[in-house]
Write a protein that binds this ligand. Structure first.
Ligand code: NDP
Length: 328
């Protein structure tokens, strides 16, 4: 029986891509051990790239994007999963090099799946999505290195990673300073638990001083670029920055002085190749430490046909909170 999927095709002559909802058959899906009836997916920056020309991420066309999904196992050749199991998938280049979650059915390797933790349903799992999962990895990395007394700074706070990081850190009892370039999102960020709003321009200005006042007890950074360089010089002695994203640029115009004189740690966070045990640890923590009413306030519902528009919006930094795509 046919099912719906967002398919990106490339015109070989012009090199242009187009994305449309099409009807596919099970035989169209790639070979792998587990077939999942996808219920929900979401929209990430990488999805924006892959719905469009791919930005070098897509290996071959036609392609089904969607770098994460949650759903129910329909068939499995692997002992770890059986029909009816609820699962979530993020990373492993699914939706880039392998067909992804913008489809009512997906076929993937058993190694890539994580059982949905108790306390989360498939819709909530995709409200969290890769962005929220990565935010939790960042919080865990900060905890593993010790969060200092000052407020924890979250950059790109009104975005997906930032929103979830803000809600988790606040629920854990930390003071959260939220950096945003959208002042109109201040009430939203306060509702998630931020106790201080910092204007993006304040941290985008460059300074020649490698060290400023010791202000932040930790930082989840979704922005990178000159803002990250500036933040490094404002960290408390021994505090850590979890570097998650590059919404503000991939370059890092910084000095090593904060590392040498203040023992600041710069912690790299990768969600794609994260080992299984840490994935389970992060999803378990999400179910425990992310208040579900806060998560609900971040959700913007969408369907498969909304994806081309949403893909270009996320590339322009115009998506607030978490888009949940109802695939079924
Ligand atoms: P979003 O687009 O939802 O959020 C990014 C936010 O960054 C925006 O909402 C905006 O926040 C801020 N921002 C955008 N442009 C700029 C700019 N030029 N200067 C400063 N701030 C800016 O994306 P996500 O939250 O989903 O992802 C954030 C980053 O993390 C992306 O770069 C993404 O690629 C990366 N990422 C990395 C992962 C990993 O495994 N390491 C996994 C998932 C995401 P505001 O409006 O509040 O200022």
């Amino acid at each position: 029986m046919g099912f719906s999927a967002l398919v990106v095709r490339k015109d070989e002559e012009s090199g242009k891509t187009s994305a449309e909802v099409e009807t596919l058959e099970l035989t169209d899906l790639p070979e792998a051990e587990v077939t999942v009836a996808v219920e929900y997916s979401t929209v990430n920056y990488k999805d924006g790239l892959c719905i469009g020309p791919g930005g070098g991420l897509v290996r071959k066309y036609p392609h089904v994007p969607g770098i994460d999904f949650a759903g129910t196992v329909e068939a499995s050749d692997d002992d770890r999963y059986k029909p009816g199991d609820k699962v979530v998938l993020t990373g492993w280049r699914v939706g880039e090099a392998h067909w992804g979650g913008y489809s009512q059915k997906a076929r993937v390797k058993a190694d890539w799946l994580v059982p949905l933790p108790d306390g989360l349903d498939t819709r909530q799992a995709m409200a969290v999505g890769t962005a929220g999962f990565t935010a939790m990895l960042a919080v865990m990395a900060l905890e593993d290195h010790g969060i200092k007394p000052g407020p924890v700074l979250v950059t790109g706070a009104a975005g997906g990673v930032g929103s979830v990081a803000t809600a988790i850190l606040a629920a854990l009892g930390h003071k959260v300073a939220a950096v945003t370039g959208r002042p109109e999102q201040a009430d939203y960020l306060t509702s998630l638990g931020a106790t201080q709003i910092v204007a993006r321009e304040e941290l985008n200005e460059t300074t020649k001083r490698p060290l400023e006042s010791e202000t932040w007890g930790g930082c989840v950074d979704a922005v990178g670029g000159p803002m990250l360089a500036r933040v490094l010089g404002q960290m408390e002695y021994g505090a850590s920055v979890a570097a998650v994203g590059l919404a503000g640029g991939a370059n890092l115009p910084a000095t090593v002085i904060p590392f040498l004189l203040r023992g600041v740690n710069l912690l790299g966070i990768d969600s794609v190749m994260q080992p299984y045990d840490n994935r389970v640890r992060a999803w378990t923590r999400i179910a425990k430490d992310l208040p579900m009413d806060k998560l609900e306030a971040m959700i913007h519902p969408a369907g498969l046909s909304d994806l081309p528009k949403l893909g270009s919006e996320i590339l322009r930094g115009q998506v607030k909170g978490r888009v949940v795509v109802d695939v079924a």
